[in-house]
Design a protein around this ligand. Structure first.
Ligand SMILES: *[C@@H]1O[C@H](CO)[C@@H](O)[C@H](O)[C@H]1NC(C)=O
Ligand SMILES: *[C@@H]1O[C@H](CO)[C@@H](O)[C@H](O)[C@H]1NC(C)=O
Ligand SMILES: *[C@@H]1O[C@H](CO)[C@@H](O)[C@H](O)[C@H]1NC(C)=O
Length: 350
């Protein structure tokens, strides 16, 4: 608060009573009131003649004033501010509040000030001028709906009085105005543009698989394509892909992966945690991605250890340590087959 406002606040507290006690009224500040004429100074009513009283007149100090005299009211209309009387009348010592409209401030940075009706029939202080406050003005923007920010990359902050530039996130061409202006009333000068319609190209064929969709030369955004694999082929990848708004498919097409023939006949193998003879497995085949564990013989001891291989799209090799038993071994000594002897102790295998 500046000094004038402090003094005025004192006035607001002490009210409009006649302040004969010079202790409550500031001394006349010589020189600081250059723009106003202070009435004759006084110490008591007797100094002032019959029509005037000795009253405290703000920074003029105790002065001879006619208490019935009034200050201008109503005030001329101001575009950026509103004035309101805080006292029942607009006569000497009445208070007036001037408040800036939202977004505007006084040079002091405050948005309101109080003026007092002086002995010279003028309201105290400088004529308040409310100017647009830069911080508050920046907050005023034009709306950018979600469907616009989802479709475009926007250059500019959509503030009142500024322009923005659109570019389609999809990289597609713009139909409409590439630039727009945010008007005073927080509306756009032009309608938002649109992005040229986007299509996805037909997806690549999948070997050993089918596309479950109508064949087209181009597919609209949001279009789904489902994939199926031929019998005995396993789908590796997404079962469905969607045409995205940027003209790309949501994922590359899947693969249809072939089963693997188990490359062993006369040994049991572990598949899915179960030890089985290959001829007991349907078609003696495992699906793509399946792990097959083989039994290998310890080079020096009469015990077995395991080695695992994974089926990848029709290819499954035996591990290097695996030896297929001969027909004779299999027929004559089935209990001595490597897959049937006891497992090596953990310490036997490095
Ligand atoms: C906003 O201002 C513009 C230009 O001044 C005017 O054309 C438009 O009608 C106004 N819109 C609204 C909603 O007031
Ligand atoms: C299309 O959008 C997707 C997801 O937003 C993104 O992963 C892909 O790279 C984009 N493709 C192009 C060609 O921009
Ligand atoms: C096969 O083994 C690998 C590596 O140990 C594992 O990540 C995968 O899940 C296994 N596959 C199956 C079908 O169990």
């Amino acid at each position: 608060m500046d000094r004038a406002l402090l003094l005025l606040s004192m006035w607001a507290l002490t009210g409009t009573v006649s302040l004969q006690d010079s202790g409550s009224c500031p001394e006349r500040l010589v020189g600081e009131e250059g723009r106003r004429m202070c009435p004759r100074p006084c110490k008591a009513d007797s100094d002032c003649g019959s029509k005037r009283q000795c009253l405290c007149d703000g920074q003029c100090g105790l002065s001879c004033v006619a208490p019935g005299r009034t200050c201008p009211w109503p005030l001329p209309h101001s575009e950026n501010a509103e004035a309101r009387l805080l006292s029942p009348t607009h006569s000497f010592s009445a208070l007036l509040e001037v408040r800036c409209k939202p977004g505007f401030t006084l040079p002091s940075g405050m948005d309101a000030t109080i003026r007092r009706c002086q002995g010279d029939r003028q309201w105290s202080g400088d004529e308040p001028i409310c100017t647009e406050s830069p911080e508050l003005a920046a907050v005023q923007t034009c709306p950018l709906p979600e469907e616009v920010t989802n479709t475009f990359s926007i250059q500019g902050d959509a503030a009142v009085g500024t322009s923005i530039r659109y570019s389609c996130l999809s990289g597609a061409d713009i139909v409409g105005s590439r630039e727009n202006f945010c008007q005073e009333n927080q509306t756009w000068q032009y309608p938002h543009p649109i992005c040229k319609k986007v299509y996805c190209q037909p997806p690549t064929e999948v070997e050993q698989g089918y596309v479950v969709a109508v064949q087209k030369t181009e597919y609209e955004v949001g279009f789904d394509i489902h994939y199926l694999c031929k019998r005995n082929f396993l789908l590796d990848g997404p079962q469905m892909i969607t045409c995205l708004s940027n003209g790309s498919w949501s994922a590359p097409p899947p693969h249809c992966r072939a089963r693997c023939l188990i490359p062993a006949e006369r040994s049991r193998v572990m598949i899915g945690g179960v030890k089985r003879w290959p001829f007991d497995v349907t078609d003696a085949m495992v699906p793509h991605g399946e792990n097959v564990t083989f039994f290998c013989k310890h080079p020096r001891k009469q015990c077995s250890f395991t080695a695992t291989q994974t089926c990848f799209n029709g290819k499954l090799q035996t591990p290097a340590c695996y030896l297929e038993p001969t027909w004779l071994q299999y027929k004559l000594f089935p209990h001595r087959l490597v897959s049937e002897i006891e497992a090596c102790e953990p310490g036997d295998v490095e």
